[in-house]
Design a protein around this ligand. Structure first.
Ligand SMILES: [Zn+2]
Length: 389
């Protein structure tokens, strides 16, 4: 992946050359005739540093070196990598705020900004991946938004050999299990207060994930998809199986067993095949405060849950060794040929990405603009700033 490791702020003013005009809608972006001139300096309010300013000769507007940095417009730019590191180390917003000595709303705003950057970076990584050269393992990570009756499944696809996470996609679904009178009462009161619970399907979410993966399979080759026995996976994959683009291996989940009972042969085979996503789901529960069992820090909005999972995805793909128990000095991103070394958070956040300069899937665009609403929350604020992000 073409990703500079030196943060924009560390480049001396005399050596910095703007790569493009950062203004949305500037004709230089489509005509490819960007020209700019230096236009003095301004003093940054938070630390009084001098920031060089530029003037675009095409759209006649100004911008500074900071416009290309992820800390653009932040009052506390030094917090950004610290918030990112704490959010994948099981920190909840208020705990991180206490640790860093700032307000918890600062943490929430910065975490959302990091989440949007992580979403754009994962999309860029998939765009720059030249080919999918290994089987993909698919399963849904089960969680909930707002309250436990509002179940959310997140499709996670990991490489069978590299353990690189290729895609994540959310779906809202009805919670299974027995409808006892107490639960029915709770559910009815919830529906009375907030209207019908939102629904979706595993099938739609699997279709969206396959739409992202299949263009990465070389022509004449097949994608090998490994999944458990959910009928929705088979239904979503069927058109691609018929066209010869996909081969599916299903390993149905064996019936539950008691701890002392030996594993059946079927269970051993299933666990071996599904290991990359099983271990990923364990790591999510272990490292994210909002996915712990019995927590009060659970996600309120599916959109925020997804942005936080994108931060987690970037950390797993580029920021850590595949195995922390037996480190080899190689991240999954290095194994698929997208990175040359393990990136720390300052390097991950080294450049600002612009949503209008990237191809995003429909779901990613929706998540970026915070348009996936949870009516029960009440205030579903969208991210619709024009020039900031
Ligand atoms: Zn311009």
């Amino acid at each position: 992946m073409d990703w500079p490791r030196t943060p924009v702020e560390r480049i001396p003013a005399r050596r910095f050359k703007p790569p493009f005009c950062p203004w949305k809608g500037c004709p230089s972006q489509s005509l490819n005739n960007f020209r700019c001139v230096r236009d003095g300096y301004y003093s940054r309010k938070c630390d009084r540093r001098s920031i060089p300013r530029f003037h675009c000769k095409i759209c006649k507007r100004d911008f500074g070196q900071q416009t290309f940095s992820n800390t653009y417009y932040l009052k506390k730019p030094a917090l950004l990598p610290k918030v990112a590191a704490a959010s994948v180390a099981c920190g909840a917003s208020r705990q991180i705020a206490r640790m860093l000595g700032c307000s918890h709303t600062t943490v929430v705003h910065q975490a959302n900004r990091i989440g949007r950057h992580a979403l754009l970076l994962s999309s860029l990584a998939l765009e720059q991946l030249d080919a999918l050269r290994e089987p993909a393992v698919l399963d849904h990570f089960e969680t909930y938004q707002y309250c436990q009756e509002m179940a959310v499944g997140v499709a996670t696809v990991a490489g069978a050999r590299s353990h690189f996470i290729f895609a994540i996609d959310p779906t809202l679904h009805r919670l299974g299990g027995e409808m006892r009178p107490a639960r029915a009462k709770r559910l009815n009161s919830l529906i009375r207060r907030h209207g019908a619970l939102p629904t979706g399907s595993y099938r739609k979410s699997t279709e969206r994930v396959l739409e992202k993966l299949l263009p990465k399979v070389r022509s004449g080759e097949q994608l090998r998809l490994i999944a458990d026995g959910k009928p929705d996976y088979r239904a979503a994959a069927q058109p691609h199986i018929e066209s010869g683009r996909l081969k599916m291996d299903s390993y149905p989940n064996p019936p539950r067993r008691l701890k002392h009972e030996p594993k059946s042969e079927q269970a051993v085979l299933r666990d071996r095949a599904m290991f990359p996503v099983d271990v990923l789901h364990k790591l999510i529960r272990h490292s994210s405060a909002n996915h712990k069992r019995e927590t009060i820090a659970h996600g309120r909005r599916v959109n925020s849950i997804m942005l936080r999972l994108y931060v987690f995805m970037i950390w797993v793909n580029f920021g850590k060794d595949r195995s922390e128990r037996r480190p080899r000095g190689r991240s999954p991103g290095m194994d698929v040929g997208l990175a040359e070394g393990i990136l720390d958070w300052k390097q991950v956040l080294s450049r600002r990405l612009f949503p209008w300069r990237q191809k995003l899937s429909g779901m990613d665009r929706k998540l970026y603009s915070m348009a996936m609403e949870t009516p029960a929350v009440g205030n579903n604020r969208r991210h619709d700033l024009i020039n900031a992000f």
